[in-house]
Design a binder for this molecule. Structure first.
Ligand code: SF4
Length: 226
């Protein structure tokens, strides 16, 4: 079984609660959503068999300044769940720490790979931010499965983000996994100064409901990393 991979590169995690961690990024081709704020337009890929991808990963491990974990990112890696499962079996068998970045909408596919993951970085696509339809039932099922492992949640905050979406997000987290950390991430295409007040209000609301919440911008863009 072949997988479609758009790029492989080593860098530093710039989002969420593991920002600063050295990672090898394996970017999967293709996505099932089209978010308004998407900054990852993929138009090419290379096909790999699972063992070929492992060999490529091992080349990076030999570098002097090697990485702490492998970030399987996209696009949406779970669109290729069968291939991803084979790769994760190989990487975990070789002692690598597997980190999945996902839009959190494919709970059945997550069940196929959850045993081989260390960390799940899950997006909550707020309709008023992403421009996508409501995805709450998929997100709820997804978080329940992800809660078996280390999981945190990212929600992009824009000038259009509604209080009602924040309320629904908080309820979903409290129901599915109240120990999961919620990261409010300002939209990188808007000025942070214009979002500061909303970020503060939304954070206060979530904390008041009992959700562990923090505000973290996309740091890799601020310091000029990929
Ligand atoms: S889920 Fe991620 S990769 Fe897919 S369209 Fe949205 S922002 Fe882009």
């Amino acid at each position: 079984m072949n997988g479609r991979i758009s790029e492989i590169f080593d860098s530093v995690q710039g989002e969420g609660i593991y920002f600063g961690e050295k990672q090898l990024f394996v970017r999967f081709f293709g996505c099932n959503l089209s978010c308004r704020f998407c900054d990852t337009k993929l138009d090419r890929f290379t096909e790999y068999e699972p063992r070929e991808l492992l060999e490529e990963i091992r080349l990076y491990k030999d570098k002097q300044d090697s990485f702490e974990s492998i970030s399987f990112t996209g696009g949406e890696p779970l669109l290729q769940a069968g291939f991803l499962q084979e790769v994760l079996k190989l990487t975990s068998g070789h002692g690598y720490k597997n980190y999945l970045e996902t839009n959190g909408t494919l709970p059945g596919e997550l069940s196929e790979v959850i045993d081989y993951l260390h960390t799940v970085a899950m997006d909550l696509k707020l309709p008023s931010s992403s421009g996508m339809p409501q995805l709450w039932p998929m997100h709820r099922r997804f978080l329940k499965t992800a809660s078996r492992k280390d999981v945190f949640i990212k929600a992009v905050i824009c000038g259009t983000t509604s209080e009602d979406d924040i309320r629904q997000a908080a309820e979903l987290i409290l129901e599915a996994d109240r120990s999961a950390i919620l990261v409010l991430q300002p939209n990188s295409f808007e000025k942070i100064s214009a979002l500061t007040e909303r970020l503060g209000q939304f954070k206060d609301y979530c904390v008041g409901r009992g959700v562990i919440t923090c505000v973290i911008p996309q740091l890799h863009k601020k310091i000029g990393l990929r």
